[in-house]
Write a protein that binds this ligand. Structure first.
Ligand SMILES: [Zn+2]
Ligand SMILES: [Zn+2]
Length: 423
């Protein structure tokens, strides 16, 4: 019998792996008792004693592969941000640095480390809870030179990108905590729309989504502004979907959107001009997608599509956004509000089911932006009307649109039309 044929039960990690794969209760119980911390510690301990363990041969040399794979599986849960915080507290960053620097890892280990860093940790940088933890453990790791990872060049590249992303997000966190990115909220009675700090408005206790400056405004919106119809729908949607994101994480997400919106405002308005020059209808207003599912923010301005198009997840979101904009469904606000509401849809990764570890399962959350003045909308429409007509399919509405030519005009427009905006 060669040493490769030692039966699996001789390896604790193999037995654990089997149980994790076949018994969900076992997996849940492990998570509850802090298995992520235990695995991070185990991987680091192995890392330090690698030369000795290597001398002992099988099955010991295969233990770490199993441990790192288990760690990845446990980090990739549906509430990944919570597991990631635990991992960071236990020294996950140091583990990655040690793996990358101490020795060339096996293909499996290297892949696992790249998934943990380049996917799971990267996607989690939109969460307040994760960033607060990163602020503690990140600084001493941030200056690790890329050459530190000579033994694992693929990890070096992912590490470099991740460092840049986290530096940017920690700046956002700082600005958020100083109150700089927290916008005022608008009273949800659209006939009023007073802008006030969040804590000065009262929240509807039914849906916990609508905010009012006074009891009178709440009554007016309930009766005349369709909140009576929207409230129970909003409530059930909230119970279905939003439960996965904590209040703190959600509040930060709004601030992050404000930050990215300010940063890309010119490009967003250009996108609007490009689309509206082709589809100028008065009820048309493009949707802005803020896609954080790969960590950094990718922005896309998309037209509202016909709902009969093929129904993928994105399509559902677009349709939902359209209904909201036009006041025909959940969160309906009545026709005419289009000039004050711009639909933003935010995509984040809310972790993964164990079985789709490599496939993303993004969540798309509508976050309407409200501006207190329709002047901007009119200015954008006026500019779009000056764009020469062109022939293009509905597939790519920005095709043939000379962005460069309108960049200066958009800049001028943004300087001229000052608008209070609130997410
Ligand atoms: Zn009001
Ligand atoms: Zn309500």
């Amino acid at each position: 019998m060669s040493k490769w044929e030692i039966p699996p039960p001789s390896s604790l990690s193999c037995a654990t792996r089997y149980a994790v794969d076949h018994y969900p209760e076992f997996r849940i119980e492990l998570a509850r008792t802090g298995v992520v911390k235990a695995l991070v510690v185990a991987c680091r301990a192995y890392n330090r004693s690698f030369p000795t363990i290597k001398q002992r041969g099988a099955p010991f040399v295969h233990i770490p592969e199993q441990f790192t794979k288990l760690l990845m599986g446990h980090l990739a849960t549906l509430r990944a941000q919570e597991r990631v915080v635990e991992g960071l507290q236990a020294g996950l960053l140091r583990l990655i640095v040690e793996y990358g620097s101490r020795f060339a890892t096996s293909d499996l280990e290297s892949t696992v480390m790249r998934v943990i860093l380049g996917q799971i940790l990267t996607e989690c940088t939109v969460f307040y809870s994760v960033l607060v933890q990163l602020r503690i453990s990140f600084p001493e790791m941030a200056d690790v030179a890329h050459s530190h990872f000579d033994a694992a060049p693929e990890i070096a590249q992912v590490w470099k990108e991740w460092i840049a992303l986290v530096k940017d997000r920690l700046q956002v966190l700082e600005r958020y905590e100083s109150g700089e990115l927290t916008k005022l909220r608008a009273c949800d009675n659209l006939k009023c729309a007073l802008l006030r700090p969040n804590e000065e408005l009262q929240r509807c206790s039914g849906c916990q989504c609508a905010y009012y400056c006074s009891v009178n405004c709440q009554r007016a919106d309930y009766k005349g502004g369709a909140h009576k119809r929207a409230c129970p729908i909003l409530r059930s949607r909230r119970e279905e979907q939003d439960v996965e994101i904590s209040r703190d994480d959600r509040a930060f997400l709004r601030a992050l959107i404000n930050y990215e919106y300010e940063k890309y405002k010119g490009a967003i308005v250009l996108g609007h001009v490009g689309i509206l020059s082709l589809v100028p209808g008065p009820t048309n207003r493009p949707i802005v997608l803020f896609d954080f599912t790969r960590g950094k923010c990718e922005i896309e301005v998309v037209p509202v599509l016909d709902a009969s198009d093929d129904a993928d997840a994105m399509q559902d979101v677009r349709f939902e956004a359209l209904r909201r904009q036009q006041g025909r469904g959940a969160g309906g606000r009545g026709v005419g509000d289009l000039e004050r509401i711009e639909m933003h849809v935010v995509g984040i990764q809310m972790g993964r089911h164990k079985d789709e570890c490599m496939v993303g399962a993004p969540w798309w959350i509508p976050m309407p932006l409200r501006s207190s003045s329709p002047e901007m909308v009119h200015a954008i429409r006026a500019l779009a009307a000056t764009v020469p007509r062109r022939d293009t399919g509905m597939q790519d509405l920005t095709e043939g649109f000379d962005q460069e030519r309108y960049r200066e005009e958009v800049k001028e427009l943004l300087a001229r039309v000052k608008v209070d905006q609130t997410h």
